[in-house]
Design a protein around this ligand. Structure first.
Ligand code: NAP
Length: 272
């Protein structure tokens, strides 16, 4: 960053807290204003009207509510006819979020007429939650999805790559994002829940759980509020990729013994 910019963060949980910690560590030339109940920060959303970038980092329902609040603040500021357009609330702010699904949030932003909103989703995380579990290296080497790349996202893209350490930015429309995230993120979550649930049906198996099962059920131990939101918002896409996955499992089980090694190797190749 060449000159001092102002960054707002709303919600200091795992993701928001990590953004703040990382910027504090690396983004020496930025001023950070964070809104956080749990961390008793002195700011409210209405104090962030002149930031350059605003990260909304709460649960998805909260993000939608905050978009509504922002739209109202903008409307009220416009009603005070004496304020020039460029000085109105959030006039120079690029608003973004980190929610795990995008269609619901981007649609709401569109409905509210928030032209300065661009959806975002860092493909980073852990099964932990809250500020205490956040850390400055969380985004190092991750892919960060944005729903748009244009002149207005230049500064945001710079911050994501240079200051937060993402290795790449992938631009994807919300619908493609949700379908893709269903395959690589949300189905794994459901599979992890389903696998964990197997232990309710076969309790004696719990005694012999090893690292493979532990690894594959790691996601099931995560944040249930976020898991619920993901399933509710992206259920149809998850169902669709589950169908493809199920067919793939079924076909694996039907492969003749002689062809199994070849098939396994073809999967290993696609994973490289
Ligand atoms: P988290 O650790 O639970 O933090 C969420 C924060 O949001 C809380 O610490 C709280 O911040 C605020 N919040 C929670 N409930 C709220 C409410 N009802 N009203 C207002 N604020 C509320 O969750 P997270 O893992 O950081 O996830 C945040 C967002 O990132 C979600 O939208 C999720 O889909 C997305 N995401 C998560 C991951 C992941 O692996 N966890 C990965 C990518 C994207 P304060 O107490 O500071 O106000």
């Amino acid at each position: 960053m060449d000159s001092k910019i102002k960054i707002g963060i709303v919600g200091l949980g795992l993701i928001g807290g990590s953004i703040e910690k990382c910027l504090q560590k690396n983004g020496l030339k930025c001023e950070i204003l964070s809104v956080s109940k749990s961390q008793n920060r002195p700011y409210q959303l209405q104090d962030l009207v002149d930031v350059d970038i605003l990260f909304l980092c709460g649960p998805q329902d909260t993000i939608k509510r905050q978009l509504e609040e922002i739209a109202l603040i903008i409307l009220r500021s416009g009603e005070q006819g004496t304020i020039p357009e460029e000085k109105r609330a959030f006039a120079k702010t690029l608003i973004t979020d980190v929610g795990s699904t995008k269609t619901n949030i981007c649609t709401r932003a569109d409905e509210l007429g928030l032209e300065n909103f661009v959806g975002g989703h860092p493909m980073a995380g852990t099964e932990e939650q809250g500020y205490e579990s956040s850390f400055s290296e969380l985004f190092g080497g991750c892919t960060w999805i944005l729903t748009e790349s244009s002149k207005k996202t230049e500064l945001l893209e710079q911050v994501i790559k240079k200051d937060l350490g993402a290795v790449s930015i992938v631009v994807m429309d919300p619908v493609t994002h949700d379908r893709s995230a269903a395959a690589v993120s949300h189905l794994p979550l459901i599979l992890s829940l389903g696998l964990g649930n197997l232990l309710n049906g076969i309790p004696q198996a719990k005694q012999i759980v090893g690292p493979g099962f532990k690894g594959m059920t790691r996601l099931a131990k995560g944040n249930e509020v976020l898991a619920k939101e993901i399933i509710c918002a992206n259920r149809n896409n998850i169902k669709e990729v589950w169908k493809i996955y199920k067919e793939s499992i079924d076909s694996f089980l039907e492969i003749s013994n002689g062809n199994l090694i070849e098939e396994i190797e073809s999967v290993k190749k696609v994973l490289c």
